[in-house]
Design a protein around this ligand. Structure first.
Ligand code: FAD
Length: 107
């Protein structure tokens, strides 16, 4: 079976990096494809309890927000925070998602 922690770190890296390279303003086609990607991700993510909970979270008023990079990045951060809370980890400050995943920490 996959190592759920290693898989998680890799998956979040992929997802946040996808948000970071998302267009500032997405076309209708891009929005549709991104929604489809997240739906399939929620079905195929190879940690089944993780995937079930993630799909339930999306269904429960948290449909992917995909109109822009800012929207998608914030939504992804909220998705990650929902898992952080579930696992008893610290919430991440979503104002800092771009600094963490796109522009790099300024320090
Ligand atoms: P991670 O949570 O993997 O985070 C990696 C890095 O991302 C952090 O070091 C931090 O710099 C940054 N980060 C943290 N929070 C945010 C945020 N909100 N926004 C942006 N960046 C952030 N594990 C389980 O045991 N049970 C589950 O049910 C489960 N469900 C998951 C569902 C999904 C969709 C995914 C992708 C992963 C899931 N995981 C689950 C894995 C879990 O989220 C972690 O990846 C894993 O526990 C390793 O945690 P970590 O502390 O190393 O850092």
């Amino acid at each position: 079976p996959p190592d759920v922690e290693q898989l998680g770190r890799s998956a979040w890296t992929l997802l946040h990096t996808m948000a970071a390279s998302y267009p500032e303003k997405a076309s209708a086609e891009q929005q549709k494809e991104t929604r489809t990607f997240m739906q399939l991700f929620g079905k195929m993510y190879p940690c089944w309890v993780c995937a079930d909970d993630f799909r339930a979270w999306m269904k429960d008023g948290n449909e992917p927000r995909v109109s822009s990079r800012d929207d998608f990045g914030q939504w992804m951060c909220e998705a990650h925070n929902a898992v952080n809370v579930k696992l008893g980890k610290k919430s991440f400050d979503c104002k800092k998602w771009e600094e963490r995943w796109r522009t790099g920490w300024k320090d």
